[in-house]
Design a protein around this ligand. Structure first.
Ligand code: ATP
Ligand code: MG
Length: 245
């Protein structure tokens, strides 16, 4: 049997006093190589916390995370992170830096502190420009990201995520703040990365129609637990039940 690419077993985070429960409560799910999964749920359900835990940004009290068969630990985290890229809710760009500098920041996870002191080699710069070009942003490469539109900033964030050629792309509400056309373009880009480049994609979405259209599978969280894991075509019914509660 194929080993799952992402395997969460009974994940439990710290107890949150305000919630009177752990933020993530006994989450178990596996994601296979090449899947496109929508992570859904109401505000505060735990979606961002789950994504962040997959890149080691959230302390785990109980349970295990395996990425490509490797158990997450302090020792394995650098290797695990080099296989994954994360698009943070709100973009997470450094606004004072130019587009190309932000994209180059995506290389930092794979470098030693000494290498970072030496600056970015020509190869990295060439690749950053190629990726920006792929997203129609070559002419914006040397502009501060604060001066770019929301859609352009989101494409810079994707370029930054892609520069290390990750196997897995985790995206937290990548279409937030984008207009209808820019949202569709962004989802088409994710879809192409999935179908052409074979990337495994897990993305938080609030738009159920988009989840149905682009993701084959949906995982729905509620109050820190998985309440649905299956075909994305059934999510409307899952949310109707949630509303009825
Ligand atoms: N560091 C923290 N300490 C205490 N509670 C936290 C912390 N981080 C998140 N929470 C709480 O955990 C719950 C889940 O937060 P999370 O950001 O994962 O939700 P989400 O599903 O991404 O929501 P949204 O759709 O609004 O982005 C929320 O109730 C939040 O207030
Ligand atoms: Mg969130």
């Amino acid at each position: 049997m194929n080993q799952p690419l992402i395997d969460c077993q009974n994940l439990e985070t710290a107890f949150a006093k305000s919630l009177n429960r752990p933020i993530l409560d006994q989450i178990s799910c596996t994601i296979n190589r090449g899947e496109f999964v929508a992570l859904l749920g109401l505000n505060g359900a735990g979606k961002s916390t789950l994504l962040r835990s997959l890149v080691g940004l959230v302390p785990i009290n109980n349970g295990n995370i395996y990425i490509n068969g490797v158990a997450m630990s302090k020792q394995t985290l650098p290797k695990i992170r080099s296989d994954m890229a994360m698009l943070f809710q709100g973009g997470g760009l450094i606004r004072q830096l130019t587009a190309i500098e932000n994209v180059l920041c995506g290389c930092l996870a794979c470098k030693t502190p000494w290498q970072t002191l030496l600056g970015f080699p020509k190869n990295d710069r060439r690749r950053a420009l190629e990726i920006l070009d792929r997203f129609g942003l070559k002419d914006k490469a040397y502009q501060k990201t604060a001066q770019l539109s929301g859609g352009q900033q989101q494409r810079v964030a994707i370029a930054r995520a892609l520069i290390q050629s990750p196997q897995i792309l985790l995206a937290d509400e990548p279409t937030t703040g984008l207009d209808v056309i820019a949202s569709r373009q962004l989802m088409e880009t994710l879809s192409e990365l999935h179908s052409v480049n074979g990337m495994t994609i897990v993305t938080v979405l609030h738009d159920l129609a988009m989840a149905e259209k682009y993701a084959q599978r949906a995982i729905v969280l509620d109050a820190g637990r998985v309440i649905y894991d299956g075909s994305s075509s059934k999510v409307q019914a899952v949310f109707s039940d949630l509303n009825a509660v």
